[in-house]
Design a protein around this ligand. Structure first.
Ligand SMILES: Nc1nc2c(c(=O)[nH]1)N[C@H]1C(S)=C(S)[C@@H](COP(=O)(O)OP(=O)(O)OC[C@H]3O[C@@H](n4cnc5c(=O)[nH]c(N)nc54)[C@H](O)[C@@H]3O)O[C@H]1N2
Ligand SMILES: Nc1nc2c(c(=O)[nH]1)N[C@H]1C(S)=C(S)[C@@H](COP(=O)(O)OP(=O)(O)OC[C@H]3O[C@@H](n4cnc5c(=O)[nH]c(N)nc54)[C@H](O)[C@@H]3O)O[C@H]1N2
Ligand SMILES: [Mo]
Length: 645
């Protein structure tokens, strides 16, 4: 199960660039002048700043952004008792559009039973590089067992390389492909009519709607041959219900991502694969209990809503949207935010349009970052607090579902004591709570918390202690028997009435993406297997694999611009620019370029990578999905020119 990053974890633990003690900014933001503080001084200072902002701007004047790890739950809890509902995480740069689409089709976000399926269409996902380890392993096993894998990607990824069929789809047009698949399946009546009558809502409307979307029509849009679309539709239907249109993971790509993902969800509905072996399964309950905590206080003077409220049609209430939050902070509308508590989140590298994030930070009086390294966001903060890495921490228990079968409870105990003066965020929050007269809400230990979480799992504590993991042997298939879907119609919604009422297309309507101008390329983003987002680039072991990022460019397009393999090029968009080496890749479309994230850092505290490569977050413009407010990172066009050395 260990991938390169897990194997290289020890170099993260002993990275000489680790943050070692609390640091207070001295010079201008980003100047890199720091004063070492004791924990006592640092916490007093932070509490003072938070109090001042709360008094002047209400408690919602502080934004919290907890990235995802097993202690971020405490940051959410702290925000709640402190009294701010302005919380936003990395999720609105990740998967919210997919979640929106599945919730609005099935009433919940499913897992795919990759291991047992016979046919998978994977579009806009790269499971053999963007590793979700159990799922990636399942996909490999399924393939060995004869499952057919069809991949759509404008780049020849490792997943494309191992697929049975790979289509270099025109970016932003997957919707045309999926609508055409439905066109064939419905026209040729390749679905299970009894199942449809019982479980599906709106099949008639869908049938009418997709009449216009023939494979011949789709071919012009997505550049996948009509005969292949027709054949794939028939193969898919023949394999159904043991067939999956893979729901995907990071779907922060287009302005209509929710509708693209909804077309995939609807197609899954038509395949009848829900709750069946080799299909889409409901998330499993692993049996953790929610610890009892005191009721959070209510603050009368707070504004009515989150700051980003209403900026997109259907945002998630607890998540909002980083993009819209940032816009609202810059505009100070409808009210000002002046403080920012950042935990394990590095928006200056992970959110599109770095200049905008810097502008937002310019509006803030106090930015506090808790990290293990001097990330770009830490570098631009006022107070930086050192945290222990995952090998040095005790964490609460956490439910984890890596694949359909792998639903388990995990936890973490330290392998080595915390290095330097690093302190877990739980401790930091407890100390801050004490200083803000909120101590009663943090009057527990992680051990107490974990005990409460495990109280309904008789074998839980033993399993975690001895096996390191607790598997809940709950039922995998058929959990929806006798149950209704959590949708308005109580069925699988091919047609969504709620959308129609809100003036949103109740079934996905195809609109052609903006044409890439002749002298530009579309920039797309994506993972590689060495790095976790923008975290492990500076890890000395992984750094050897990939010391800098390059611009993937098709040799034909490059040659037309006088660019040779390895030349330094400048990449310019309306948002920003970067300089990096060109790398010839014959497997990327001629109208598309790609670069990995996490390079071109501002922080001089990341000594292996400072000065290397370009920052994609600077180049990406800040489009967003119209429905969910999720970032849309594949909408940026760039100009590429050779730099004369
Ligand atoms: N090694 C590693 N593994 C990870 C992570 C990591 O940081 N490192 N992060 C984890 C996380 S948080 C996530 S969300 C997942 C992400 O997992 P995925 O969503 O599977 O991964 P991405 O790399 O974002 O892959 C998106 C792919 O879509 C392609 N693409 C771009 N435009 C289009 C288009 O219009 N149509 C189609 N069909 N394809 C297009 C891109 O070229 C890219 O290969 O990975 C997880 N696994
Ligand atoms: N260009 C581009 N942008 C993207 C993506 C992309 O593919 N390309 N993917 C998007 C997706 S899917 C996601 S999920 C987001 C992820 O975006 P982020 O969550 O911002 O990225 P990470 O790199 O996971 O982590 C952020 C910070 O956590 C710190 N950190 C790591 N371990 C620990 C720890 O144990 N404790 C503490 N306190 N800090 C720690 C790291 O040093 C880093 O500064 O990025 C999104 N943005
Ligand atoms: Mo993600």
């Amino acid at each position: 199960m260990l991938c390169a990053r897990g194997n290289a974890g020890i170099a993260q633990l002993y990275d000489p660039d680790r943050l070692k003690y609390p640091l207070l900014r001295k010079g201008k933001r980003g100047e890199g002048k720091w004063q070492r503080l004791s924990w006592h001084q640092a916490l007093d200072y932070a509490a003072e700043q938070l109090k001042t902002i709360a008094e002047k701007y209400t408690r919602c004047g502080v934004l919290f952004s907890p990235g995802s790890d097993m202690q971020s739950t405490f940051v959410h809890w702290f925000a709640e008792v402190f009294g701010s509902y302005n919380v936003t995480t990395h999720e609105s740069a990740c998967l919210l559009s997919r979640n929106r689409a599945y919730l609005d089709t099935f009433g919940e976000v499913p897992f795919s039973d990759v291991l047992h399926t016979k046919y998978i269409i994977m579009a806009g996902a790269n499971r053999f590089e963007a590793l979700i380890t159990p799922d990636s392993i399942d996909l490999m096993t399924a393939k060995k067992n004869g499952c057919k894998l069809v991949v759509l990607d404008p780049r020849y990824t490792k997943t494309a390389g191992l697929a049975d069929e790979w289509y270099q789809v025109r970016p932003g047009t997957d919707l045309a492909f999926f609508l055409a698949l439905m066109h064939v399946i419905i026209a040729e009546k390749l679905y299970d009519a009894d199942y449809a009558a019982e479980k599906l809502f709106g099949l008639e409307q869908l049938g009418e709607h997709v009449k216009q979307y023939s494979p011949e029509w789709a071919e012009v849009e997505c550049q996948i041959p009509a005969q292949d679309i027709r054949r794939i539709a028939r193969e898919l239907a023949a394999a159904a219900p043991t067939a999956i249109v893979y729901p995907g993971r990071r779907t922060s790509d287009y302005v209509n991502s929710t509708q693209i993902r909804r077309s995939m969800a609807i197609l899954n509905g038509l395949l009848g694969n829900w709750d069946r072996p080799g299909g889409l399964l409901a998330a499993r309950q692993v049996g953790l209990s929610k610890p009892e905590l005191p009721e959070a206080p209510w603050y009368e003077d707070n504004p009515e809503d989150r700051l980003d409220m209403g900026r997109a049609h259907m945002m998630f209430e607890e998540e909002g949207s980083f993009k819209h939050m940032r816009d609202a902070i810059i505009e100070a509308k409808p009210y000002p935010i002046k403080g920012w508590f950042v935990y394990k989140h590095n928006p200056l590298q992970s959110e599109a349009n770095r200049h905008r994030t810097l502008t937002m930070m310019g509006k803030l009086d106090f930015v506090l970052t808790v990290d293990i390294a001097m990330s770009d966001t830490a570098w631009m903060s006022d107070l930086v607090l050192p945290a222990p890495s995952y090998l040095e921490r005790q964490d609460p228990a956490s439910g984890l579902q890596g694949s359909s079968a792998c639903a388990c409870v995990v936890t973490r105990d330290p392998v080595v004591p915390a290095l330097f003066e690093s302190k877990p965020v739980f401790w930091i929050l407890k100390e801050l709570a004490n200083r803000l007269e909120l101590g009663e809400y943090f009057d527990f230990t992680i051990e107490d918390y974990r005990k409460q979480q495990l109280k309904n799992l008789p074998d839980g504590e033993r399993a975690l202690r001895e096996d390191g993991v607790y598997y809940n042997p709950s039922k995998l298939y058929g959990v929806y028997e006798g149950r209704v879907y959590k949708t308005k119609s109580k069925r699988i919604e091919l047609y969504n009435e709620r959308y129609a009422e809100m003036g949103v297309d109740p079934m996905p309507v195809y609109r052609s993406p903006r044409e890439v101008p002749a002298d530009r390329f579309r920039l797309v983003v994506g993972r590689n297997a060495y790095f976790t987002h923008c975290t492990t680039q500076n890890n000395s072991l992984l750094h050897e694999f990939m010391p800098e990022n390059t611009l993937w460019i098709n040799p034909k397009s490059a040659s037309a611009l006088g660019i040779q393999d390895g030349d330094l090029v400048e990449v310019i968009s309306a948002a920003g620019r970067g300089e990096l080496k060109a790398e010839f890749k014959s497997g990327i479309r001629e109208d598309t370029v790609y670069m990995a994230s996490g390079f071109g850092v501002l922080s001089k505290g990341l000594t292996n990578i400072y000065g290397k490569g370009a920052c994609i977050a600077e180049v990406l413009e800040d489009y967003s999905d119209e429905l969910s407010g999720n970032m849309a990172m594949h909408e940026t066009f760039v100009q590429v020119t050779r730099k004369v050395a």
